[in-house]
Ligand binder design. Structure first.
Ligand code: AMP
Ligand code: MG
Length: 418
């Protein structure tokens, strides 16, 4: 075993063990300093759902652009219905129709009415709509109706600009667009919006023992669990995944993958200091391995660095470590690069611990837990290889590195998996 810590300029970090572990805070500080403002692209509305606006959207229109009926009925001069009741019917002469998009042209005077549909422009001279159920048709003379009730001015009328007043800032930069936002944008005549470019994320899933997801593991081979998991995580966080297939534990193929066109490279497996752990040395030789070894459990053999403009994440192959390291580092960067909030997309809830969680000072712990009726039950299996522990878990509790853990019956924050 070569445990030589003093090899100076030697970039081969293998079999040296971690001489030093960075704190999670130091790793995050390095990472946050690497995030450059993301670029912007103009997208048609139909492709913009979930994307993040790079600029405020200000309406240069009033919506609606005209006064309109908010009910089916008769547009009238409100004053001319004054005093109308079921016992004191007031006659009105119907002089035409106003339909959505096909207004009644011409003025309306007291004593006259225009049959109007919801959304249709209010004719000139009218200031109210008498709902259809407040009138009675006079069977004898068709164009004539009787008002059975009075309406006050403005009744059942949607005013010009009632929805959106010209000059209003409708949506602010940084907004992740919801389906209804697209509807509102369309209503002010916007067809394209400026949004942050999505980061391209190359997945480099290594391990000679792996068979591709979807195939049945045979003998001593195991099926790739991290590829599908990372694909879903990256897509959840707004990245575009490039995952052309598994990569063998050999320098040539790993180096080639590390140099693919991408904003972010995520390597799964081979991130530690064993003889098959090639990626850390390759990153150190061809770029910068800024962080390698982090004081956390799981995921301590995590590496962060750069190769050219690419941000590189070396995640341990153990699936739980891989998930945890993604959650702490890669996910944060991918969200930030796409203009999203870098905070976890998980909702925190408070709950009471059923058993203590202990953790040494100087190490951050990511403890999977189940949450039942407000009680938080730590999942006892400790192994980072037990991926099903994350499936059984409802979420996780973080024990910070300056804490020895939490006593039973303490209230803690649980981050619920989304
Ligand atoms: P490594 O980080 O490459 O040393 O791998 C640590 C452990 O995780 C080994 O038992 C690997 O077989 C396992 N492992 C590595 N990659 C994957 C993967 N993509 N899916 C499931 N298990 C993996
Ligand atoms: Mg491996």
């Amino acid at each position: 075993m070569n445990d030589d810590h003093d090899s100076g300029a030697n970039d081969d970090v293998r079999m040296r063990r971690f001489a030093y572990r960075h704190t999670v805070a130091a790793a995050l500080a390095w990472l946050d300093a690497q995030i450059r403002p993301p670029g912007s692209v103009l997208l048609p509305l139909r492709l913009a759902a979930g994307r993040v606006l790079t600029a405020d959207v200000v309406s240069d229109l009033d919506v609606p652009a005209f006064d309109r009926a908010t009910m089916d009925g008769y547009a009238v001069v409100a004053n001319s219905t004054e005093g109308a009741t079921a016992y004191n019917r007031l006659p009105l002469v119907v002089i035409g129709d106003s339909l959505p998009g096909r207004p009644f042209e011409g003025p309306v005077e007291a004593g006259q009415a225009v049959r109007i549909m919801t959304g249709a422009p209010l004719p000139r001279g009218c200031d109210a709509v008498l709902p259809a159920e407040w009138i009675e048709n006079e069977a004898s003379s068709l164009p004539s109706i009787s008002a059975l009730a009075a309406v006050s001015p403005g009744k059942n009328v949607g005013r010009c600009g009632e929805d959106i007043v010209r000059g209003t800032t409708l949506l602010r930069a940084g907004r992740a667009l919801r389906p209804q936002d697209l509807g509102v944008l369309s209503s002010i005549g916007v067809g394209e919006v400026p949004v942050f470019r999505q980061p391209r994320v190359r997945l480099v899933v290594t391990g000679n023992e792996l068979v591709p997801s979807g195939s049945r593991p045979q003998g001593y081979r195991i099926a790739d669990a991290n590829g599908p998991m990372l694909t879903a995580l990256v897509e959840r966080d707004g990245g575009v995944v490039d995952f052309p297939g598994l990569v063998s534990d050999e320098s040539g193929p790993i180096l080639e993958a590390l140099q693919s066109p991408a904003d972010v490279i995520i390597v799964s497996g081979g991130s530690s200091v064993g003889i098959e752990d090639l990626a850390p040395s390759l990153v150190a030789q061809h770029g910068e391995l800024a962080i390698h070894g982090i004081a956390m459990r799981p995921s301590s053999p995590t590496g962060l660095g750069r190769i050219g403009e690419r941000l590189v994440f070396l995640l341990p192959g153990n699936p739980v470590s891989c998930l945890c390291a993604y959650d702490f580092f890669a996910g944060r960067a991918i969200r930030a690069l796409g203009g999203h909030d870098k905070a976890w997309p998980y909702r925190p809830v408070r709950g009471r611990l059923t058993r203590k969680i202990s953790s040494p000072i100087g190490r951050l712990d990511y403890a999977r837990v189940q949450l039942t009726d407000g009680f938080v039950e730590p999942i006892s299996v400790g192994g980072a290889s037990v991926l099903s522990s994350t499936t059984r878990a409802d979420g996780f509790v973080i024990v910070p590195d300056d804490s020895e853990g939490f006593a039973a019956a303490t209230d803690v924050d649980v981050w619920l998996y989304a």
